[in-house]
Design a protein around this ligand. Structure first.
Ligand code: SAH
Length: 360
């Protein structure tokens, strides 16, 4: 660790060795990333209220519980009114922004539905609420239309930056092509979004070199935000077959925390989310991530009666607490680790501000 005096200059070999670190090296890594985080983004944690708009999906990704071939899923879509009242709840509670996530669809009706949500959200909150979209690959025209209607950020995980591994996780057709996903990411950046990506950690067939390459990919793409977390198997997916070669869940959690710490070191001024999948493995997984590098939390605020249907993987945290209680709980937990919630702030990525000179 001593050779790591600066930041941003980690080689592939150094990253790999940190991913394989022993406990002591891990402590040093976490100490370094926590210090850098404090220096660059401070101890504010920004909230993105997560609204799971619909689990209807045209894709058939081998890892995902809501893939179109899974006939056991009860498919739903929130009505416009449900989205708006959820959004207003977030606004009233002082969430600076919401993230609208959905199964992937490209029909004109879907594109219009999102468009209307964006316009109305702006109207009813006086432009005060920031909106992140996470609605998959769309045409450049669609991305532009949504941007003009008020979406400021877009999260599109590359899932794995290794084309070979990507190929093993998806059907071999144009709809699931690696190239198409990369081009979509590039289109998002060109359109002007604060652009986020991310990967799953601990996938079958994935090596630590793949993971190190993922981090360097994010650096090279000069992304503004990242959401990444452990892969968790789902019984009704093809990848379930390969579960025997997976790392134990607690190892996948540790690896994810190391990935977050290393990304904070490589890209100290971006927004990094402590994702739900961390919490699925350990009750306090998200808090651990905040401590060592993450600065964004995405509490699920999807109306309760739909929440259990957006079932991406096993153990996904469901409706244990109500949203108010969840917020109190988070506030308490964050305070205990010296952090506080940045209420009423959109919490834009400092990287984006530097990159573009734009506030939002
Ligand atoms: N349709 C959108 C959103 C997909 S769901 C899109 O294409 O971007 C959001 C994320 O859930 C995915 O990007 C994927 O990384 C994650 N996910 C899906 N299945 C998962 C699993 N089994 N374990 C962990 N994360 C998973």
């Amino acid at each position: 660790m001593s050779e790591m005096t600066g930041h941003r200059e980690l080689s592939l070999e150094q990253i790999v060795s940190f991913l394989k670190a022993d406990r002591q090296e891990e402590n040093e890594l976490f100490h370094r990333s926590a210090t850098l985080k404090q220096a660059y983004v401070g101890n504010n944690v920004y909230l993105r209220g997560l609204i799971e708009l619909s689990n209807i999906c045209e894709k058939d990704c081998y890892y995902c519980g809501i893939r179109c071939s899974n006939r056991q899923v009860h498919r739903y879509r929130l009505t416009h009114e449900e989205v708006m009242s959820t959004l207003l709840f977030a606004h009233e509670k002082g969430f600076g922004s919401v993230a609208i996530q959905s199964g992937e669809r490209s029909s004109p009706t879907f594109v219009r539905q999102i468009d209307k949500i964006l316009r109305d959200a702006k109207k009813v909150t006086g432009g005060e609420i920031g909106i992140t979209l996470s609605c998959g690959e769309q045409t450049k025209e669609t991305y532009r239309r949504w941007f003009e209607s008020g979406a400021e950020r877009y999260l599109l995980r590359i899932e794995s930056s290794s084309e070979k591994l990507y190929g093993k996780l998806h059907p071999a057709d144009e709809k699931h092509s690696y190239g198409r996903r990369i081009r979509a990411l590039e289109a998002l950046k060109e359109t002007g979004y604060q652009t986020g990506t991310g990967v799953m950690i601990g996938l079958p067939f994935q090596t630590v070199v793949d993971l190190a390459d993922d981090l360097l990919f994010m650096k090279q793409m000069d992304i503004d935000m990242c959401g990444m977390g452990p892969y968790i198997e789902h019984a009704a997916t093809p990848l379930w077959e390969d579960r025997h070669q997976l790392l134990p869940l607690n190892e996948r959690l540790r690896l994810s925390l190391r990935m977050i710490a290393l990304l904070r070191i490589l890209m100290p001024d971006i927004n990094i989310a402590a994702t739900t999948a961390l919490q699925a493995i350990e009750k306090e997984g998200r808090e651990k991530a905040i401590r060592i590098g993450a600065n964004v939390l995405m509490p699920n605020i999807t109306p309760a009666r739909y929440r259990d249907d957006y079932f991406l993987y096993e153990n996904k945290p469901l409706t244990a607490r109500n949203d108010e209680e969840e917020l109190d709980y988070l506030e308490e937990r964050l305070q205990a680790i010296g952090h506080r919630i940045g209420y009423h702030h959109k919490g834009n990525s400092p990287r984006y501000k530097k990159r573009t000179g734009r506030e939002q």
